[in-house]
Design a protein around this ligand. Structure first.
Ligand code: F6P
Length: 550
């Protein structure tokens, strides 16, 4: 007899949800709201100034009870405890998963192999503060004695996306004497466009790489170093570079001086690392106090996630509703729609968080899943999105779940405009939930004096069924604390889903193959004439490279 835990889909709780979905599919959101006037209060949860309104999800009390039963059967409670206890829950890399230690604002120790990591975490934060304040005050200057005005973060994936997203989101809070730029891509265009705007004497590079082996980052960093050396001599490099990594040997080799080095730990996954010194460029942009407010916000969400019963637990509910939409109602993706343009990189940030974490098709013990896992995440700020892809969401055939995010107070000084943004957000939410009935369409067309024939001809084109699963995440203001809270909420949502799906959210083996192939193909692309042993499938492409390069 096998001692393996059942696949989630083999559990009675999963089957109960599948049966329940058949019944619920017959009901519309119009219907659900009509039969329950208290629905919007009963299916909303609040934590401080963060409101999660999921009343427009296609759920009833029974759905929630059944989803929570599934989470319990899958051991969510013990997995949460295991994560906070520093157990090696990343079982393919044998690592603990302790990004929560980076924002632990309590006196509680956080243990890895019985050792409290908090003293190291606090020491790293203190070193970041000294550095950031040194740059801001002009105590730390470039090789020619000039203060720094421009920071270039060089990193990719988790060593880039959070920095881009947070510095844009919190632009209102930034230090007006400092501009932060981010360079990630391998092709050189970003680096060129960035460097051509900068004065080398006033530019500080922060090389961010957990491993310090990532091709894109090292290539860009080497070029940047050359740029500095060409303009100010080799001796200037040490003053114009800082680095964040677990790899101290590589930082030695890059000649990063000790006072400009910041450590991180292998118990922090790349996509969970903006809370570590990877956030140095965020702190340089905003100041250390603002950065620590982000940690505070995340800590509040950690405590909420760790201690709140599942029925009231925001990330748990978000995660379970995602499972419900995807595995039982057939949603194919999740669109994230922020109604504050400063959150424009938030969907991209969530793409790595969710898709790199939960893009897996075997369980923790290596069995193939027979259900879908990690959803496709995408999105753009409203109201831009309303004028591009919303048509498909309203009337197309794809079934997409929607997360609307909106601050009550806008992040710009133009308050009246934010009123319009909120009105648009709520209008869309209503349209997605309730659509429009045939009676309403017919009455409208007749009211406009159209002939009966014309009314009937247009009717199918104007039909808008609504019933799209929609959540609204409303918060008071897009500040550092709220942003920290929002990110942590999505992180724990992703973890919740991974537990229900029985997968490891903390490794990313799938990205390795492409990296290896790129290494082996570089010589062939460099000189296609020598590419004798390259896979024949690439022959045509390499021939075009050879012909067109000149
Ligand atoms: O390619 C995937 C990845 O390993 C991410 O998980 C990570 O955030 C990114 O590359 C960058 O890695 P590093 O910080 O080690 O340069």
């Amino acid at each position: 007899m096998s001692s393996l835990a059942p696949l989630p889909s083999e559990r009675p709780e999963w089957r109960a949800l599948a049966d329940h979905a058949q019944t619920l599919k017959q009901r519309t959101l119009r219907d659900l709201f009509a039969s329950d006037p208290q629905r919007s209060e009963r299916f909303s949860r609040q934590d401080g100034f963060l409101l999660y309104d999921f009343s427009r999800q296609r759920v009833t009390d029974e759905t929630l009870t059944k989803l929570i039963a599934l989470a319990e059967a899958c051991g969510l409670r013990s997995r949460i405890d295991a994560m906070f206890a520093g157990e090696r829950i990343n079982n393919t890399e044998q690592r603990p998963v302790l990004h929560v230690a980076l924002r632990n604002r309590s006196e509680r120790p956080m243990l890895v192999d019985g050792k409290d990591v908090m003293p190291e975490v606090r020491a790293c934060l203190a070193k970041m503060r000294t550095f950031v304040e040194g740059v801001h005050s002009g105590r730390i200057v470039g090789a020619t004695g000039k203060t720094f005005t421009d920071i270039v973060n060089i990193g990719i994936g988790g060593s880039d996306l959070g920095i881009v997203m947070a510095t844009e989101a919190l632009a209102r809070y930034r230090n007006r004497n400092i501009r932060v730029h981010c360079v990630s891509n391998i092709d050189g265009a970003q680096l060129e466009d960035t460097l051509e705007r900068l004065d080398s004497a006033r530019t500080l590079f922060v090389v961010c790489s957990k491993t310090f082996t990532t091709l894109e980052t090292l290539t860009n960093a080497k070029l940047a170093r050359q740029w500095v050396a060409d303009r100010m001599g080799e001796g200037a490099v040490a003053r114009h570079f800082a680095a964040v990594s677990t790899n101290s040997k590589a930082m030695d080799a890059f000649l990063i001086p000790p006072q400009n080095r910041f450590t991180m730990w292998d118990w922090v996954g790349g996509r969970y690392s903006l809370w570590s010194a990877v956030g140095l460029s965020i702190a340089l942009a905003l100041g250390m106090d603002q950065f620590e407010l982000m940690l505070e916000g995340a800590y509040e969400m950690d405590e909420h996630f760790r201690t709140t019963p599942f029925e009231q637990n925001l990330p748990v509910l978000m995660g379970l509703l995602g499972v419900w939409n995807q595995n039982f109602l057939g949603s194919t993706s999740l669109a994230v729609l922020p109604y504050d343009a400063r959150l424009h990189r938030f969907p991209a940030y969530l793409q790595q968080l969710e898709m790199e974490s939960n893009g897996k098709s075997v369980t923790l013990d290596g069995r193939a899943v027979d259900y879908t896992t990690g959803s496709v995440i995408w999105g753009e700020p409203g109201s831009n999105a309303q004028h591009s892809f919303f048509q498909l969401l309203h009337q197309g055939t794809a079934q997409v779940a929607l997360d609307f995010l909106a601050p009550v107070r806008g992040s710009s000084q133009f308050a009246q405009q934010h009123t319009l943004a909120l009105a648009n957000c709520f209008a869309q939410v209503q349209a997605f939930a309730f659509g429009v009935t045939d009676e309403e369409i017919v009455a409208d067309l007749r009211g406009r004096g159209l002939s009966e024939e014309e009314v009937q001809r247009l009717l199918p084109h104007k039909r808008q069924p609504g019933n799209r699963p929609t959540s609204v995440i409303l918060f008071r203001l897009l500040g550092p604390k709220t942003l920290g809270k929002l990110i942590a909420m999505y992180e724990h949502k992703v973890f919740t889903q991974s537990v229900v799906w029985g997968i490891n959210a903390f490794d990313q083996w799938g990205v390795e193959l492409g990296k290896k192939l790129a290494d082996s193909l570089t010589p062939a692309v460099q000189n296609p004439a020598t590419a004798a042993n390259v896979d024949p499938s690439l022959k045509g492409l390499l021939e075009s490279v050879a012909q067109w390069r000149g």
